[in-house]
Structure formats: structure tokens, C-alpha cells
Design a binder for this molecule. Structure first.
Ligand SMILES: Nc1ncnc2c1ncn2[C@@H]1O[C@H](COP(=O)(O)OP(=O)(O)OP(=O)(O)O)[C@@H](O)[C@H]1O
Length: 254
């Protein structure tokens, strides 16, 4: 069904029950294209599970996920990636033995209709290699291009994940705690790279983040998830002032 206002992402009545436990409880979200939205909530609220259901890692027991107004609920993770959905994980998801450059090149190659082949050696004139170098320059990692991804700092690993998203065709990106474990010196740079994804590349961005001060200064709207339900969805200012949010999340997170 088409809607008057287009959605980059729409989640309708999303539910997930595992072994009798309700993890997601009828979640509704409507995210217009080009939004930058934060998702917060206490530990165990279901934030990562929501991202897993949106990206196809888990299958919801009820409800639908629509991307660009198209129902993707039953599609695979790779099909969603091909449709333009990109994702980072709480723990780094790079290939540790491949170089920083290879990590980005392989993703760029797959986005251009190639395979995730690790055997295909890059050539200097390869479009995927060029895209990878450009993305690494954008995140400030070009000088680490030939270092194994497992050997770079935690902050640089997070920048590498953003470079992978920049080099692909991702239009809707889900960032799961991009600041987790990152030293305070690396935070401003990462914030700028997330802004690049949003403003320069034009991605719609949803991010889970426990660093509230950073998140509130970055996003346009915040969804608050408590026990598998969205209890508030509003601007950062209103969210910070909402007594329900303070009771449910901010107080318990202190
Ligand atoms: N596959 C699973 N089987 C059983 N329970 C699960 C499964 N996946 C998640 N859960 C449970 O669902 C709840 C939500 O977990 P989830 O990781 O989504 O929370 P979260 O909000 O991301 O938490 P955190 O902020 O700590 O990362 C937790 O109680 C978790 O134990």
C-alpha cells in the first residue's frame, strides 16, 4: 500500500517472541528519507533485536518491515543489503586478517554487483579499489590502508565500518553503538563521519547509542525503547525533558 509521505523505513506492529518471552512488543516506527534518528533504552530493552529484525538477522513473529514503502519482511539479509540497507554491529564486524583497504574494497566490489571474493586481487584502476581509497580518505584512514584490520585501534575499527558503508550503495544505515569502547579523543571524528553518512552521502541513519550527550547533539529525533515497546519518539530536547523517559531510562542508566 502506498502512503502520501514516503518512508525510508516503516516498521508496523513488529513483534518477536522467543520461548514465551516477548522481546519486541508491537513496534511502530515511520522514518522519512534523510532522517537521523537515535534509539535509546535500558540494557535489554530490545534495541539490537530491533536492528536485527529490520536487517533480517531475526524473523519477527508478527508485523512488517518496509523499506522505501516496499515490504521486505520475508527477504534475506543479502537481499536487504542489495536493496540499500547497511549495518554496523556492537562489536567490530571487519575481517581482521584482511588489510583495511581490502575490507572496504570487498564491500565496494559486492555493492557493484560483484562477489565478496577475497581471491580477486585488486588492480590500481579497479573502480572498487578507487571507491575504497576514497572512503578511507574521507574517514581519515588512508594512512592505515595496508595494515591488517585486526591491528588497528578500536576507534579506527569504527571508522573502518563507516568507510565500508560510504563505499557501498547503502541508503538506510543502522549503527549499533558506534561509540562503544571508543576513546574520547576519537569521538568528535566519529561524529563527523556519521554526519558525512547523513549529509554528504544522504543516508537515512538510525543509531543505537548509550553516550547520550553525544547522541542528543547529533540526531534529529529519538525513539525510546523500554521492554520491547517504543514509549516516546520526539526531538532530543523533548525526550530529555520527558518524565516518562527519565523514569524509564535516564534514571536507571545513571
Ligand atoms: N536469540 C535470543 N534468545 C533469547 N533471548 C534473546 C535473544 N536475543 C535477545 N534476547 C533477549 O532479548 C532482550 C533484548 O536484547 P537486546 O540485545 O536486543 O537488548 P538491547 O536493548 O540491545 O540491550 P543492550 O543495550 O544491553 O545492548 C534481552 O533480554 C535479551 O536477553
Amino acid at each position: 500500500m502506498s502512503t502520501a509521505v514516503p518512508s525510508a523505513l516503516r516498521v508496523e506492529g513488529l513483534g518477536l517472541t522467543i520461548g514465551g518471552a516477548t522481546i519486541l512488543d508491537g513496534i511502530d516506527l515511520d522514518i522519512p528519507p534523510g532522517s537521523l534518528v537515535g534509539v535509546i533504552g535500558p540494557n535489554g530493552a530490545g534495541k539490537t533485536t530491533l536492528f536485527n529484525a529490520i536487517s533480517g538477522v531475526v524473523t519477527p513473529t508478527s508485523g512488517r518491515v518496509l523499506m522505501d514503502d516496499r515490504d521486505i519482511t520475508g527477504t534475506s539479509v543479502p537481499a536487504r543489503a542489495r536493496a540499500g540497507l547497511g549495518r554496523t554491529f556492537q562489536t567490530s564486524s571487519n575481517f581482521p586478517r584482511l588489510s583495511v583497504l581490502e575490507n572496504v574494497r570487498v564491500a565496494a566490489q559486492a555493492a557493484r554487483g560483484g562477489s565478496y571474493s577475497l581471491l580477486r586481487f585488486p588492480r590500481g584502476d579497479d573502480a572498487a579499489t578507487a571507491a575504497a581509497h576514497e572512503a578511507l580518505t574521507q574517514v581519515g584512514l588512508e594512512h592505515r590502508a595496508h595494515v591488517p584490520a585486526g591491528d588497528i585501534s578500536h576507534g579506527d575499527k569504527r571508522k573502518l565500518e563507516i568507510a565500508v558503508l560510504l563505499a557501498t550503495d547503502a541508503r538506510l544505515v543502522l549503527l549499533d553503538e558506534p561509540m562503544a569502547g571508543v576513546g574520547s579523543g576519537d569521538v568528535p571524528g566519529l561524529v563527523e563521519r556519521i554526519r558525512d553518512l547523513h549529509r554528504v552521502k544522504g543516508c537515512t541513519v538510525l543509531m543505537v547509542e548509550h553516550h547520550l550527550e553525544v547522541l542528543m547533539g547529533l540526531v534529529e529525533k529519538v525513539a525510546v525503547l523500554v521492554a520491547g515497546r517504543i514509549v516516546a519518539f520526539d526531538t532530543p530536547e523533548r525526550i530529555m525533558a520527558d518524565p516518562r523517559v527519565q523514569a524509564a531510562y535516564l534514571g536507571s542508566a545513571a
